[in-house]
Ligand binder design. Structure first.
Ligand code: SF4
Ligand SMILES: [Zn+2]
Ligand SMILES: [Zn+2]
Length: 303
């Protein structure tokens, strides 16, 4: 297949567009798309200190690479990386190696923190006490990332969420009837609340298979394996369903996200977010409850 623009051999055929592209045109298009997402939604401003949550996987490696490419030379913007070692032997140690290598290659400082350092327990310890690994891991990771990014003075926390992740979250929150979480999605960061670092998703308009392709073409070496604790979850089934729909009806993902973005302002206007932010009575971190979820979960696995 030939590139629609230059006739060189193509690396991708986008069914939803009906066109094929070579590696140069594909890479340029992805970069432009991310720039448009940033500009249109005012994700990054002068004076920002951007902390990239870097797992070493394909999406977070791409965010770091692009943040450095776009802003690394700007004197008014700082880029740094933050990795969290949950303590999953044979999995996270491998992905952190990739994170380290990428940071070294592009000259970005990497800040590394661990569950063990923060909570005195690794995920390998925790799964022996409670099989709900992902419940602990997700809650603990979000907590440490926010806390450490704030301590580093970050004004923005960039995550690797891509188009597929975002549309899956829209479906999941609809299926669960969770309006508050649904309203927190969207292209623009929600107004920063006390102690929460503003989260941004520069890859929100990029399909998942394109993030992996960009990495491969541009020599971004990432970690690619499945966590041994990964559970079958609602996300797993929703992902499968959306991919089947996209295959059968190309463009479904883009249409669904566009539709969500159109109705989001009305949703936010109609339903006010009831989640008031307080401080946890035990650890002082932000939460909507008296005792935060982290402190509650830590209590479950005390002995
Ligand atoms: S699959 Fe679950 S346990 Fe593994 S890294 Fe993800 S959230 Fe953590
Ligand atoms: Zn081309
Ligand atoms: Zn707490």
């Amino acid at each position: 297949m030939k590139c629609y623009s230059c006739g060189n051999s193509a690396v991708i055929y986008r069914k939803y567009e009906g066109r094929a592209w070579c590696k140069n045109h594909f890479s340029k298009q992805l970069e432009s798309k991310v720039k448009v997402t940033i500009r249109k939604n005012n994700l990054i401003e002068k004076g920002d200190k951007i902390c990239v949550a870097l797992s070493g996987g394909k999406d977070s490696c791409l965010v770091l690479y692009l943040m450095d490419k776009f802003f690394g030379k700007r004197p008014d913007i700082e880029v740094l990386a933050l990795s969290i070692d949950e303590g999953i032997k044979g999995y996270r140690d491998e992905s952190i190696k990739k994170a380290r290598e990428l940071c070294k290659k592009i000259g970005i400082p990497l800040h590394l923190h661990s569950f063990e350092g923060e909570f005195g327990k690794t995920m390998d310890n925790i799964v022996k006490k409670d099989a709900r690994a992902c419940t602990y891991c997700g809650v603990f990771r979000r907590f440490v990332i926010n806390k450490k990014a704030r301590e580093l003075g970050a004004t923005k926390l960039a995550t690797g969420h891509n188009l597929d992740d975002e549309i899956q979250s829209v479906f999941i929150n609809n299926l669960k009837g969770d309006i508050n979480r649904l309203m927190r999605l969207g292209p623009r960061p929600i107004v920063t609340k006390k102690k929460f670092v503003t989260r941004i998703k520069p890859l929100r308009d990029v399909p998942e298979r394109e993030t992996a392709l960009y990495d491969m073409i541009n020599g971004i070496d990432y970690h690619d394996s499945r966590c041994p604790n990964a559970e079958d979850s609602i996300r797993f089934d929703v992902r499968k369903f959306i991919n089947v729909m996209e295959e059968k009806y190309p463009g479904t993902k883009h249409i669904a996200i566009k539709h969500f973005d159109t109705i989001l302002p009305a949703l936010r206007k109609h339903f006010s977010d009831t989640g008031k932010v307080k401080e946890c009575s035990n650890c002082g971190e932000p939460t909507s409850r008296n005792l935060c979820k982290v402190c509650e979960l830590l209590d479950n696995i005390k002995y």
